[in-house]
Design a protein. Structure first.
Length: 557
């Protein structure tokens, strides 16, 4: 049989990346990126309607335009015949929610709703439903409606149901007008196949759905979960990543210049797709997806309660395993915020004179410092804390500044804070009895910033392999697509088989420096003191500051 290929599309916060991968060996035949033209709406809708603090919305047309651009570009670049492409899969941020009418048209794309914030896509980082998340958590605990230990003990603001409850409370007309609410990965997969699809991974990890028991049931939950039912009249298609959701709708196949026989996999979450994309098909390896935000993934045969993590759900990443997920709500976007708002013009001129980007220049200066030399320490909560405190009301902090503090000192302290947050997450897994033998990092920051990765290795006290693929989530989605297409078509019988057949071997490792590790052990003790003091209720000053007017939405939008 001639070589066969699959497409993986990785939908991130600011852009979509796509790869065309060979099912024989995982080699990338072509890749393409599509930045979202509308970006993120933090402060106002396109018509100028203002948004309150903690909102984060997007335009659904960007998602559709992304796959309409990327897929034909991949086939054009590779020169492959459409029949050689046997499957595709998308992964997305979650919970990122789109409200649709009976024809699956997003409400925000209808003129009468264009100025209504709740009609637009609520991103994963939309944290304005924090109070609703707290109410759902209290209700679930009080009535024993659902095993919250699957989610580290708390339903977070990034979940699906809090976003729906916020819509119901603040704009009941929009809630009533919505025929249904979809994770946008499910919505796009439905558009691709021509029938409604729901991913088991989204449902179990973000919507509090159980394969046996269904959704939690009582007066609070029922109006919300009714909006997640199928309305097409067809048999509900709940599929898992790596299972076939059907083939391409014939009209969509024409638009994308693919065969209508192309199999579409059930969609996956972006961080979760990074685990198979990093070549992992078993226990003991921590996969670190480092980007705008950070995701941490593990597989385990046994289901264990890990307080404060995002999810511990069976089959969510790989069949037969509990998929453990944790994360940091902000990472690369903290460094971006700092370079855009806190660096003097003299540094920009110096970077330009040395033909370096500002990040590269700051890294060049910061790597000359020793751990602890600047006397600074930070808390990495610029967008709240996802794990292990699961509190979107928290905010960032920088301690120890003097008149001698320089931008590179702060830049390094922010890098160290990100690594300390990662260590706190890893310790939560260890405390739950989950063994971590290896670590693999992927994402743009992992490949581009040696200081960052060396700091992570020193702080964690373990070697970190760097994934050789620059688009591990997209490659992971291509692996799911290969499993969905099946062995007979040139794919695989399972996702695990696809991982073993398509994974790429790491060739770059960062190993901890013993002297730096000891210094960071001391600094980490200070980080934990601050982490517990501000994050576990002893001092709620961050929430009080926000209530008093505190941080605005992202001023760069």
């Amino acid at each position: 049989m001639e070589k066969r290929y699959t497409i993986g599309l990785d939908y991130g916060s600011l852009s979509c990346r796509g790869v065309l991968a060979c099912t024989t060996d995982g080699k990338i035949a072509a890749e393409e990126e599509f930045p979202y033209p509308h970006g993120i709406f933090y402060n106002a809708l396109p018509d100028g309607t203002p948004l309150p603090t903690l909102w984060a919305l997007q335009h659904p047309q960007d998602y559709v335009d992304a796959f309409r651009h990327i897929i034909p570009a991949l086939t054009r670049k590779s020169g492959l015949h459409p029949e050689a492409i046997i499957g595709l899969c998308i992964d997305t941020t979650a919970s990122t929610v789109v409200a649709v009418d009976k024809n699956l048209v997003p409400l925000c794309m209808q003129e009468r709703f264009a100025g209504r914030p709740h009609a637009w896509v609520k991103m994963w980082k939309h944290h304005a439903a924090r109070r609703e998340a707290e109410e759902i958590t209290r209700e679930a605990r009080k009535k024993d409606l659902f095993p919250l230990e699957r989610y580290g003990g708390t339903a977070g603001a990034e979940f699906l149901l809090p976003k729906l409850l916020q819509t119901l409370r603040e704009d009941p007309e929009i809630f009533a007008a919505a025929e249904s609410f979809f994770e946008y990965g499910d919505w796009m997969t439905s558009l691709l196949t021509g029938h409604e699809v729901r991913s088991g991974a989204y449902l179990t990890c973000k919507a509090m759905w159980d394969p046996q028991a269904g959704y939690p049931q009582n007066s609070l939950f029922d109006p919300l979960t009714e909006k997640l039912a199928f309305h097409s009249g067809a048999q509900p298609a709940i599929v898992w990543p790596g299972q076939s959701a059907g083939t391409l709708d014939p009209e969509m196949a024409k638009v994308l210049k693919l065969s209508p026989n192309t199999v579409v996999s059930g969609p996956q979450m972006d961080g979760y797709a990074g685990l198979p994309g990093s070549g992992v098909a078993g226990e003991g390896t921590l996969v670190m997806m480092l980007g705008t935000s950070n995701s941490y993934m593990l597989l385990g045969r046994e289901a264990r309660c890990v307080p404060g993590i995002c999810a511990a759900v069976r089959d969510s990443i790989l069949s037969g395993f509990t998929g453990y997920a944790a994360g940091q709500a902000s990472a690369g976007d903290i460094f971006k915020w700092f370079t855009e708002n806190c660096v003097p013009a003299a540094y920009e001129r110096a970077a330009s004179d040395q033909k370096m980007g500002l990040h590269g220049y700051l890294t060049h200066l910061a790597e000359k410092k020793h751990p602890g030399e600047s006397g600074l320490i930070a808390l990495d909560w610029w967008n709240g804390n996802k794990s292990v405190l699961n509190d979107s009301g928290l905010s960032g902090m920088l301690l120890g500044m003097t008149l001698a503090t320089r931008p590179e000192d702060i830049y390094r302290a922010l890098i160290e804070a990100s690594a300390f947050g990662a260590r706190r997450i890893m310790e939560a897994f260890h405390q739950a009895g989950i063994v971590i033998d290896h670590a693999i990092a992927s994402g743009g920051m992992a490949m581009k910033n040696p200081l960052l990765m060396q700091t992570y290795a020193d702080v964690l006290g373990m070697s970190i392999a760097i994934s050789p693929c620059s688009q591990t989530a997209a490659l992971g989605s291509a692996m799911y697509a290969a499993a969905a297409a099946g062995k007979a078509a040139g794919g695989y019988d399972s996702v695990a088989d696809a991982v073993r057949g398509m994974r790429q071997q790491s060739v770059l490792y960062y190993r901890p420096d013993e002297k730096a590790r000891r210094a960071y052990d001391r600094l980490y003790g200070e980080y934990i003191t601050l982490h517990n003091y501000f994050g576990q209720g002893e001092n709620r000053v961050m929430e009080r500051l926000k209530a008093a007017g505190g941080p605005r939405n992202d001023p760069t939008n």
